[in-house]
Design a protein around this ligand. Structure first.
Ligand SMILES: Nc1ncnc2c1ncn2[C@@H]1O[C@H](COP(=O)(O)OS(=O)(=O)O)[C@@H](OP(=O)(O)O)[C@H]1O
Length: 304
């Protein structure tokens, strides 16, 4: 989004704490909800690549890895634009005259790489019809919750998260943007057997980035020399990405994302939830988790 347009909008305060409205029981911003027909009818193409995640699962990290792969490890090419301009976020919409994810996607030459947080049942059906490849990344719920809480505090384009205690309850009840974490990760897990979906885990990426990047390479049918692979691992490490203005969201004006409240690149570490959950909150969370995930073969690691 051009900076002058953002400045205009911040003057009229259009962004501050958006209203929400559900789409088929899933919480969205009102703008996304009102735009829903257009999103639902989005036309995917067979050579599209979609990076799908529940919010805060490692989307930006995966976007950087994929971009580095697609550009054969050329760091300068990957710094051509902000993450959010390189990869349209298909359902994200802001007040006109700003470009929505759909506008950006329609202007982008193929092959396109895009981002979504939509739950599987709300993914535009053209992605299934066109058999477009999808990389799904999942992250354990406790770290996702902590990350989402801090993100909602610093990002004025998100609803106010309330207190920590209120936020835990909202997350468990799925009353946060893009709905229930539990339904999201299970829904995509089940879909992976019927569609070209590479299902990855944040914790695995952190534990052994080389192994996980190699899975992505295989999925994208690409090969590369060891030295380029090592370069990608370095460039997409947390510490390097944290300093990269084209990946760390610091180009977004402070009035929209206040990185002094909480940086976008915050901790980047499995297990940080232990610094936030009390023993009682953790026990309650685990009990509720067992109920919500019962019957699923999907498992998570909450530390590595
Ligand atoms: N390279 C790398 N390595 C490890 N972790 C990383 C990396 N890049 C981003 N992150 C962390 O991912 C969290 C942000 O998630 P998303 O990119 O999915 O956010 S968003 O939903 O697209 O807004 C957020 O997690 P937390 O630090 O726990 O808040 C980021 O710090």
């Amino acid at each position: 989004m051009p900076r002058e347009e953002i400045n205009d909008l911040q003057l009229v305060g259009k962004y501050i704490q958006p209203e929400t409205k559900e789409v088929n029981g899933v919480l969205m911003t009102k703008i996304m909800s009102n735009n829903w027909d257009k999103i639902w009818n989005f036309q995917a193409k067979p050579d599209d690549l979609l990076i799908a995640t529940y919010a805060k699962a490692g989307t930006t990290w995966t976007q950087e890895i994929v971009d580095m792969i697609q550009n054969d490890g050329d760091v300068q090419k990957c710094q051509r634009a902000n993450t959010f301009d390189r990869h349209p976020f298909i359902e994200w919409a802001l007040p006109p005259p700003l470009n929505s994810g759909l506008d950006l996607a329609s202007k982008m030459p193929s092959p396109r790489t895009m981002k979504t947080h939509l739950p599987v049942q709300l993914l535009p059906t053209s992605f299934w019809k066109e058999n477009s490849k999808i990389i799904y990344v999942a992250r354990n719920p406790k770290d996702s919750l902590v990350s989402y809480y801090h993100f909602s505090r610093m990002n004025k384009m998100m609803p106010d998260p309330g207190t920590w205690e209120e936020y835990i309850e909202a997350f468990k009840a799925g009353k946060v943007l893009w709905g229930s974490w539990y339904d999201h990760v299970k829904g995509w897990w089940d879909a992976k057997d019927q569609h070209p979906i590479l299902y990855l885990f944040y914790e695995d990426m952190k534990e052994d980035p080389k192994r996980e990047i190699q899975k992505i390479l295989k999925f994208l049918e690409k090969e590369m020399p060891e030295e380029v692979l090592n370069k990608i691992i370095y460039h997409t490490s947390f510490d390097v990405m944290k300093q990269n203005p084209m990946a760390n969201y610091t180009t977004v004006p402070t009035v929209l994302m206040n990185q002094s409240v909480s940086p976008f690149m915050r901790k980047g570490m499995p297990g940080d939830w232990k610094n936030y959950f009390t023993v009682a909150q953790n026990e309650e969370f685990d009990k509720d988790y067992q109920k919500k995930m019962a019957g699923s073969t999907l498992t998570f690691r909450t530390e590595i």
